[in-house]
Design a protein around this ligand. Structure first.
Ligand code: RB5
Length: 149
């Protein structure tokens, strides 16, 4: 697939600095990253940011999406309203690995007011390097998809 190393990233105003740091970090690892903003620190509603990135991931334009807001929670809730998106907030590397291995998450959400830079980068690495295990987990992910109606 052509989008295997492509990801989209966005945030609200609460996470601009951390978003930029994550972009630099993943670009250095060879990811092709589309940072869809916002570019300024003006207040930006997280539902709009999350939904825009989620639609791009759901459309198949990117392998993964990374979302950031103050807590990671609001933007995750918005993203999960888009069919085909499975997004989790992660505050630790174990969860970041598990949402890939067991839940086949295609989006990761982070809280810039919750995690520091070093941990945030490790969470991103754990998410991007883990593979979905399939098997019994695939059946459960299919059950999540079935709930979308
Ligand atoms: C913005 O102040 C804040 O509410 C937002 O970044 C986020 O934490 C919402 O979930």
């Amino acid at each position: 697939m052509g989008h295997d190393r492509r990801l989209v990233i966005t945030s609200d105003h609460a996470a601009i600095e951390l978003r930029r740091a994550i972009v630099d970090h993943v670009v250095a690892q060879g990811w092709e990253v589309d940072d869809i903003g916002p570019k300024t620190a003006e207040s930006t509603p997280y539902p709009e940011r999350g939904a825009e990135a989620a639609r791009l991931v759901a459309d198949g334009q990117y392998r993964f999406g990374i979302l950031l807001c103050g807590t990671g929670q609001g933007i995750m809730m918005a993203a999960n309203k888009i069919k085909g998106v499975r997004c989790g907030v992660c505050l630790d590397t174990f969860s970041a690995r598990m949402i890939r291995q067991h839940n086949d998450a295609n989006m990761l959400s982070l809280g810039a007011r919750v995690v520091g830079l070093g941990l945030a980068l490790e969470i991103v690495d754990a998410f991007l390097s883990a593979e979905f295990e399939g098997g019994r987990h695939a059946t459960r992910v299919e059950m999540i998809t079935a709930l979308e109606g």
